[in-house]
Design a binder for this molecule. Structure first.
Ligand code: SF4
Length: 81
């Protein structure tokens, strides 16, 4: 079972599949106001102002192991299908 951590802000939700994340950190490069790595080099979502939805999706798409899921108003917008 994958341990997912859920973060919510407004209409947006980000789910980080922590046991899938390999700490590649490309999400941090694409959306630095949203993602960071914790002390175990696993992605977390920051408090405060997030990046735009476009940047967050680009960050999710950049993840080599698809450890980031993005939802808007409860609908999954990435990954599709
Ligand atoms: S890009 Fe994916 S694997 Fe890399 S830190 Fe972000 S969530 Fe983890």
């Amino acid at each position: 079972m994958d341990k997912a951590t859920l973060y919510k802000k407004g209409d947006m939700e980000i789910r980080v599949l922590r046991s899938t994340c390999i700490g590649a950190a490309t999400c941090v490069v694409y959306a630095p106001s949203t993602f960071d790595l914790d002390d175990d080099s696993i992605a977390i979502v920051k408090n405060g102002q997030w990046d735009s939805l476009e940047k967050i999706i680009a960050a999710a798409q950049s993840c080599p192991v698809v450890a980031i899921e993005v939802y808007v108003k409860g609908k999954k917008v990435y990954p599709k299908g």
